[in-house]
Each structure stands twice: as structure tokens, then as C-alpha cells.
Write a protein that binds this ligand. Structure first.
Ligand SMILES: Cc1cc2nc3c(=O)[nH]c(=O)nc-3n(C[C@H](O)[C@H](O)[C@H](O)COP(=O)(O)OP(=O)(O)OC[C@H]3O[C@@H](n4cnc5c(N)ncnc54)[C@H](O)[C@@H]3O)c2cc1C
Length: 373
């Protein structure tokens, strides 16, 4: 008899759990409180971003996630763009970090240091003035998150018989039982993947945990003329101080951080680093900022968007720079450096959460490893 399991939450973590548990042979039900997932998993850049993960198990998990995404895209007809990433350097300090990072890279990661003219050949959006060079990585791929996250439930339903209960808020969980208001359902195992609304189940568990929420502001620029494509996703020097992987650039990182702190304190204060990717319709996804805390102002700060756009102009220009959408998203983040939260509040109940700003890059690999080893 197949174990009867339930996953609460249809974001990428819940969908990853549903996939892995189905492969293991369970009969899976996913319960989502909205009529489709509208959380962090559809509000992101869609970047599957191994370059942000340090060498070793985290990079390997990112690459496992990438390979699972590739398989899902192929089987479910999900659009993806595997064009890699370019980190652009406009100062000696930034170039030093790229240089040191490139020399520190070990194992299977394949990055190339490019001079300015080689970098410019990869994307006509790049600002040439002052460009010193760039780091190209082939690992990164882009998904159109709102479309991908909407397609996956149909795929899981068709391929594995996963059942989805939409518009169903789980308000209580005990061993073997899930409550949706007055409705009680029984399951052999329960997995809670409720993202930034973590405290709506087992609130007492979270009081002493090193966990917070991060609010990010994002923007979308209109479709570019004549089906123009960006090429690799682009980032500027601020991103070198954002991702853990660049710590392997060692001593070269500190002078860059110091310079940014002195010259751009507002960017540090609001956690701004700037990246741009392009979705399946040709729109450009631009962000982001990072504000940490358990409660967030629901309104966006216009000045943060202006800071992001001002920095973007330093390294990329587009024919159509009209902003069509602005929004914010929130993810759960561990404050002690952990890369995820796995919790067992009761026998047979498991919480999987806390993937921070890397859920699109890590969730499918993490859930695969948790369930299938
Ligand atoms: C703006 C932004 C940009 C980002 N960019 C990237 C990126 O480019 N690359 C990358 O790798 N990562 C990125 N991330 C991070 C990534 O999006 C998150 O790590 C990931 O989406 C988290 O997935 P999740 O399933 O935990 O949460 P969510 O997607 O928020 O899903 C949780 C789901 O649980 C449901 N739920 C909650 N409580 C209940 C309940 N009681 N009953 C039923 N359902 C419930 C919610 O409705 C929701 O659908 C970004 C995040 C944001 C916000």
C-alpha cells in the first residue's frame, strides 16, 4: 500500500517535495490556500543561479536543481533560457574580485574571465564606457517563474497522479491529521512548505528560531522591440558583495565592500544589488533590494526603485526602458547562516522552509536529496 502523504503549500518547495515523494512511491496531495501559488515562487527573477553558491555541496545542489529543472522543462514544455550569466566590472576593485574568484574556483565549475570586447559581444545591452572586463559563467538559466509555477501542478497531476486542493487554508496540523476549517483529513506523513507565512502553523516553534523575513522590490520593463534578446543575465559589481560564493575572492573583497560603503551607503542600507534577466515574453526583470524583519511595510519605496534603475544604467541600457510593473516579494531567511530549515514539530510532521533568496536554485535539489538521498 502506498503511503498517503500531504504537502502544505504549492510554492517551489512544496512542488519539489511533491515531485520527490511521488518518485519515492507515495500517493501525494498538495494543499494550497490560494487558487494558485502567488508567493515568492512567482515573484522572483526566475534565476537558477549556481554562480551564487559556494564550491562544494551547495554548488552541487544548485547543479542538481538545474538538471531537475531541465528535465521538468523538457517533459512539461516549460520555457527556459540557459544562456548563463555575466558579472560586469567597471573598476579595478571589481576586476580584482572577479580575478581572485576565478583563480579560486575548484571542481567542475566552469567560468571564464573576459576582456571588455569579448564581454560586449555577449549582449548588446552592456554599457561599454569604462567596462574593464567580466566573468562569464555558463551554469545559470532563466525560467519564467509565474508560468513555470503554474504549469508544474498540471504536470505533477498528469505524471504522478498528485492531487491538488486549491483555495484550502490549513489552519491546524497534528500527527496524522490536517485541518482545513471544519474539514479533517488523515495522512501518514505531513510536509509543511508554507514559505514566509511560516508562523501560521506551529507558531510556538518559531519564537526562538534564528529566522526572519526579507522583503525585496522588483520591476519589469516592457517587451523589447524586434524580439531582441538579452543574452546572459547581467549583474554589476554590487552583486559581488551579495552572494556567498564570492567570499572565495578572499582579500580582494574587503576593499570593494569598503568603497561601496563609503560611496554608496544608501545601497548598503537598503541591501540593493542590481541584476537583470529576460522572461519568455521578452520583458526584463529587474531588482532588487533587501529589507529584513518579521513585519514589513506593504508599500513599496519609490526611492529604492530609483536607486536600482540608476545603478542599472551604469552597466546596461535598453531600447524600451518603460517600467510596466513594480511589486515586492518576501522570502524566509535563516539568520545564523543556515541554508534551510528542516523541523520536526511532531512525529510524522516535517517543515521544509528557510531557503532564502535561492529557492529557485536550490529547492528541487534539496527536496530530491531529502526524500531520495
Ligand atoms: C523578489 C524575489 C526574487 C527572488 N529571486 C530569486 C531568483 O532569481 N532565484 C532564486 O533561486 N531564488 C529567488 N528568490 C527566492 C525564491 O523565490 C524563494 O526561496 C522560494 O520561492 C521560496 O519558495 P517557498 O515554496 O518556500 O515559498 P512560497 O513560494 O511563498 O510558497 C509558499 C506557499 O505556501 C502557501 N501556504 C502558506 N500557508 C499555508 C497554509 N496554512 N495552508 C495552505 N497553503 C499555505 C502559500 O499560499 C504559498 O503559495 C527570490 C525571492 C523573491 C521574493
Amino acid at each position: 500500500m502506498k503511503p498517503n502523504v500531504v504537502v502544505i503549500g504549492a510554492g517551489i518547495v512544496g512542488l519539489g517535495m511533491a515531485r520527490a515523494l511521488s518518485i519515492k512511491g507515495a500517493s501525494v496531495t498538495v494543499i494550497e490556500r490560494n487558487s494558485y501559488a502567488i508567493g515568492a515562487s512567482i515573484r522572483n527573477f526566475g534565476m537558477v543561479w549556481p554562480i551564487g553558491q559556494p564550491d562544494g555541496p551547495l554548488y552541487e545542489r544548485a547543479m542538481l536543481t538545474r538538471s531537475i529543472w531541465k528535465e521538468l522543462c523538457l517533459e512539461a514544455g516549460i520555457w527556459n533560457d540557459p544562456k548563463g550569466s555575466l558579472h560586469l566590472a567597471y573598476s579595478e576593485l571589481e576586476m580584482n574580485v572577479l580575478d581572485q574568484f576565478h583563480s579560486s574556483v575548484q571542481g567542475p565549475r566552469k567560468c571564464t574571465l573576459l576582456d571588455s570586447s569579448s564581454a560586449l559581444r555577449l549582449s548588446s545591452a552592456i554599457v561599454s564606457n569604462g567596462l574593464r572586463g567580466a566573468l562569464y559563467s555558463p551554469d545559470e538559466m532563466i525560467l519564467d517563474s509565474p508560468k513555470a509555477i503554474k504549469t508544474l501542478p498540471n504536470y505533477l497531476e498528469e505524471k504522478y497522479g498528485v492531487k491538488f486542493l486549491w483555495n484550502s487554508h490549513v489552519n491546524h496540523v497534528e500527527t496524522g491529521k490536517v485541518h482545513i476549517g471544519q474539514l479533517e483529513m488523515s495522512f501518514d506523513e505531513i510536509y509543511i512548505c508554507n514559505g514566509p507565512d511560516f508562523e501560521n502553523l506551529f507558531p510556538e516553534e518559531y519564537i526562538n528560531l534564528p529566522i526572519t523575513k526579507c522583503k525585496l522590490q522588483m520591476m519589469r520593463m516592457g517587451v523589447q522591440p524586434e524580439n531582441w534578446r538579452l543574452g546572459p543575465s547581467l549583474c554589476g559589481g554590487l552583486s559581488l558583495t551579495h552572494y556567498a560564493s564570492f567570499k572565495s575572492a578572499g582579500e580582494s573583497l574587503e576593499p570593494l565592500k569598503k568603497f561601496i560603503q563609503q560611496e554608496m551607503p544608501e545601497y548598503v542600507k537598503w541591501g540593493i544589488h542590481v541584476m537583470v534577466s529576460q522572461n519568455s515574453s521578452g520583458e526584463l526583470i529587474i531588482g532588487d533590494s533587501h529589507e529584513y524583519g518579521l513585519t514589513h511595510d506593504p508599500f513599496d519605496k519609490e526611492f529604492i526603485n530609483q536607486y536600482i534603475l540608476a545603478y542599472l544604467k551604469k552597466f546596461a541600457r535598453f531600447q524600451n526602458e518603460h517600467i510596466t510593473h513594480t511589486w515586492n516579494g518576501t522570502y524566509t531567511k535563516m539568520t545564523d547562516g543556515s541554508t534551510e530549515l528542516i523541523l520536526h514539530p511532531l512525529p510524522g510532521v516535517t517543515v521544509v522552509n528557510g531557503l532564502g533568496g535561492a529557492g529557485m536554485t536550490m529547492a528541487l535539489g534539496l527536496t530530491h536529496q531529502l526524500v531520495l538521498g
